[in-house]
Design a binder for this molecule. Structure first.
Ligand SMILES: C[S@@+](CC[C@H](N)C(=O)[O-])C[C@H]1O[C@@H](n2cnc3c(N)ncnc32)[C@H](O)[C@@H]1O
Length: 250
């Protein structure tokens, strides 16, 4: 299939954390944005303000596209993108126009290795934007689960999923299937970089998508609200939300 081939041929050089400087030259946001047209935006149109988080935002192009899409149906959307790479975050902030500055911002944090800083950043953000607010309406996490899994192991992946579920009422995730892990390790080999140190120890491998689903449903007490479709690179885009009865304590 052409789309899958394009993903297999993705050769931007190796980046240990997926922090590709030119990511959007290879994977422009449009095909993923199209999955959110209509019902998804309508569902959130009454949330005022709508507070969103994007984990692993890179240079922010998809974040900005989502912001524009969500705010076209309603006036008050605020969004924060976070990424571990300060250079990418700086680029993302530089690309924001003046009129968007109060609504859209980007911050540097490793959401798994710097949990304390992360929690401070997120709670400060919520408090600034709506006093008393404990969670975001939506946490997005596109094409980042694999990088966390490869660099922080099974425990790191679970910690990322717990972070998303704890800090938001709704989670939209685009996890990479196992095939992508093999491509990522091959790219490191080709560029003579050391392998991901935790790769051999990973327990969750070919069924990693099932594991992610299991964590959200059975540990985080969420349900799959909608399978929004597949991105051009054939990755599922899944929308989970907390069950109405879920007991959410941060
Ligand atoms: C492949 S890019 C995906 C970018 C964007 N989410 C998208 O799909 O268009 C993965 C991003 O996740 C970031 N990332 C990886 N591990 C992270 C972590 N532990 N904390 C924060 N960001 C992380 C990388 O720096 C990189 O920019």
């Amino acid at each position: 299939m052409e789309a899958e081939k394009k993903n297999d041929d993705f050769e931007p050089g190796a980046a240990q954390f997926g922090n590709f400087i030119n990511y959007y030259d290879f994977n422009p946001p449009q095909n993923r944005l199209a999955l959110f047209e209509g019902k998804f935006c309508e569902y959130f149109s009454s949330h005022q303000p709508l507070l969103c988080l994007d984990v692993g935002c890179n240079t922010g192009e998809l974040t900005k596209g989502l912001y524009k899409m969500l705010s076209s149906g309603q006036s008050d959307v605020r969004m924060m993108g976070v990424d571990l790479d300060a250079q990418l975050v700086q680029r993302a902030n530089e690309a924001i126009s003046n009129e968007l500055e109060s609504k859209l911002q980007f911050q540097t944090v490793n959401v798994v290795a710097e949990a304390e800083e992360r929690d401070q950043l997120l709670s400060r953000y919520l408090e600034t934007h709506e006093s008393g607010r404990k969670r975001f309406d939506i946490a997005f996490c596109f094409s980042t689960t694999m990088w966390v899994h490869l660099n922080h192991g099974d425990a790191g992946l679970e910690s990322l999923l717990a972070c998303l579920a704890t800090w938001a009422d709704n989670v939209v995730v685009e996890p990479q299937p196992w095939k992508c892990y093999r491509n990522a390790t091959r790219r490191l080999r080709r560029t003579n970089r050391p392998p991901f140190p935790l790769f051999d120890a990973l327990i969750h491998r070919s069924k990693v998508l099932d594991h992610i689903d299991d964590v959200f449903r059975n540990r985080m007490d969420m349900e799959l609200q909608e399978h929004l479709g597949h991105s051009e690179w054939q990755r599922p885009v899944l929308w989970y939300r907390h069950k109405p009865t879920a007991n959410l304590a941060i």
